[in-house]
Design a protein around this ligand. Sequence first.
Ligand code: IPE
Ligand code: IPE
Ligand code: MG
Length: 244
Amino acid sequence: MEPQSAEGPRHVAVIMDGNGRWAERQGLERTEGHRAGVESVRQVVRSANELGVGWLTLYAFSSENWNRPKHEVELLMSLPEEFFEEELPEVIERNVRILSIGRRDRLPPSVRASLENAEEKTAHNTGMRLVFALSYGARGEIVDAVKRLVRDGRVDADDIDEKTFAAYLDQPEMPDVDLLIRTGGEQRLSNFLLWQVAYAELVTLDCMWPDFRREHLEAAMGAFGDRERRFGLTGAQVRSGGGS
Ligand code: IPE
Ligand code: IPE
Ligand code: MG
């Protein structure tokens, strides 16, 4: 069994936005915001684990982010290695399993190696799944899934249903997102987990990512707990415990 509180979200996904603005507002280089954001990553991993979240997916670098200025991309690409180097012992001790989604063939070899090392070293852990979306775009993931499905050649078109299809996504075991948090105040998805967020509860926060702390996660999880998830049913059906 994965750790999971009774009514808490099983899968929390976070669009970690606002690093650049956080830095610019203080007259700093945007890259300083990314550096500061690493501390928020540490904190959210620790807090989500303690709060019983089963899956935590962090949007760290999008396929569109490759088009940013070269020095910003280079700085962003240096952060995963630094994070894994410092955090891996604690992650292992906490029984957390690291996974990734995204086009890893575009990552610099050293980033790819540190990601693969983190995945290998935590492969047998059974606690929280910590998924890094790196060089990730949801449309790309869906296109890749179609390619794998077609290449596989085993599935008859008439037999394709949502479950069969989802098994070809980057992480076949990944459950649907229950709670999607976006910091930085924007209200958009920016090509993140389009398939998996079909029925996610959305919480957007004005807080910039480097300011994100446990209290923000608790507040978002609290808001989640106050929502009535209807999945297409009527409120009366949900309150009486189920479908038709
Ligand atoms: C999020 O912060 C980090 C990445 C997208 C890699 P931004 O860098 O997008 O910060 P803002 O949105 O410009 O403030
Ligand atoms: C989304 O943030 C990507 C990550 C947080 C990694 P962006 O800053 O790239 O999104 P847009 O450009 O504002 O939509
Ligand atoms: Mg942004």
